[in-house]
Design a protein around this ligand. Structure first.
Ligand code: GLA
Length: 406
């Protein structure tokens, strides 16, 4: 081969490899939507997915900001003779393209699920060896979001496997949010920022506030266990617009008490976590709907700065969390981890906020902030006076703070 040809080939391959990247300008705030797994597990079909889309719109969830309808594991049927994946014929008889068209006609977006291994966690066909073909198929169907799991991956390198599917999606040409789901096992916060738009930081959630559920060979985790699992002060430094820590989909409306659901949702807002509901939207009751659609809590989650909150400390046995917001505002969440009500006294003046990471601070000795109570949806005094109140068991008190003009 002569030199010219050599050069041409080198340039050709260089251009190919530098061409693939993550789709940018997606998930600039934490994604909001619904996913089938927490409520339906493998018992999923196209009727349920359509009804969930209908309910997302009619319940007001879509107006509140939820837009993704995500099908989790067990939608898969067989691969054809060319290797292309098709949905299970009995459960998705109209096919994925028709389903995507329906979801899009409602102004929503469709998400799907696969796995980096040869089989998914639910035992269906995984994407290993078919990454580019699968991405192409999803793009043809009109998929907007891919959750990519990590079962049956012995011997695979996580960063490499997620890079492969990222590049495959890019080559397929349709922007899709890439949700990395390897449970934090390979420290994705160290490498996933330029690969996916969100990455799971923990194992699976379980619909309890404070418990560990033993499945035999693995555990799933209650809300408090998920909150305690990783070093939040380290994780928050890698979150931001387009790349989020994901403490798993929500269990709001799946059996916890209203207090617990409220505390769970509030903490997901404080952590700038993706807000992916996991309940049956067709049967949503008023308290659940009021939690999932609280505009003040959602505004804290969706704040344009995208700063993940941090734990300020423990006061009167209650955890105090702070989230810096746009325009030098703050969200504060008092989390009562105990089942017993907690009497708290919080002297703002002795508790200046000083976030080295965001460089946002508030000195309540010098400045007065007005308090807006997120769950009561009303102004609630200011930071001049110490806060004295009782927080019910497994519940929160949540405020938005805005500097008053002196
Ligand atoms: C894993 C994931 C879950 C869900 C199931 C599906 O456990 O972490 O979120 O997707 O697989 O089988």
């Amino acid at each position: 081969m002569n030199l010219k040809k050599h050069l041409f080939l080198i340039l050709f391959f260089l251009s190919l490899s530098s061409f693939a990247q993550k789709f940018e300008n997606l998930a600039l705030t934490p994604p909001m939507g619904w996913n089938s797994w927490n409520h339906f597990a493998c018992d999923i079909n196209e009727t349920i997915v359509r009804e969930m889309a209908d309910a997302m719109v009619s319940s007001g969830m879509n107006d509140a900001g939820y837009e993704y309808i995500n099908i989790d594991d067990c939608w898969q049927g067989l691969r054809d003779s060319l290797g292309f994946i098709h949905p299970d014929k009995t459960r998705f008889p109209s096919g994925m393209k028709a389903l995507a068209d329906y979801i899009h006609s409602k102004g929503l977006k469709l998400g799907i699920y696969s796995d980096a291994g040869w089989k998914t966690c639910g035992g269906c066909s995984g994407s290993r060896g078919y990454e580019y073909q699968d991405a192409l198929q999803y793009a043809k169907w009109g998929i907007d979001y891919l959750k990519y799991d990590w079962c049956n991956t012995t011997g695979l390198n996580a960063e490499g496997a997620y890079l492969t599917i990222r590049d495959a999606i890019y080559q397929a040409g349709r922007p899709m949010v890439l949700s990395i789901c390897e449970w934090g096992d390979n420290q994705p916060w160290e490498w996933a920022k330029d690969i996916g738009h969100l990455w799971r930081t923990t194992g699976d959630i379980y619909n309890c506030f404070d418990c560990v559920y033993d499945h035999g060979t693995w555990n799933s985790w209650g809300v408090l266990q998920i909150l305690d699992m990783r070093d939040n002060s380290m994780l928050r430094k890698v979150a931001g617009p387009g790349h989020w820590n994901d403490p798993d989909m929500m269990e709001v409306g799946n059996g916890m008490s209203v207090n617990e659901d409220r505390a769970h949702f509030s903490m997901w807002c404080m952590l700038a976590a993706p807000l992916i509901a996991g309940n049956d939207l067709r049967k949503i009751n008023l308290p659940t709907l009021e939690i999932l659609t609280n505009p003040h809590a959602i505004a804290i989650n969706q704040d344009a700065l995208g700063i993940q909150g941090y734990k300020h400390g423990v006061v009167s046995n209650v955890d105090v969390w702070v989230k810096p917001l746009i325009n030098n505002e703050f969200a504060v969440c008092f989390l009562n981890r105990s089942v017993e009500p907690a009497s708290i006294v919080f002297d703002w003046k002795n508790n200046p906020f000083n976030d080295e990471y965001s460089q946002q601070s508030a000195n309540f000795d010098m400045e007065v902030y007005a308090l807006f109570n997120i769950w009561e949806s009303k102004s609630d005094g200011n930071t001049q006076k110490s806060l004295k109140t009782v927080i019910p068991g497994h519940d929160v008190l949540m405020y938005r703070l805005k500097k008053s003009k002196n």
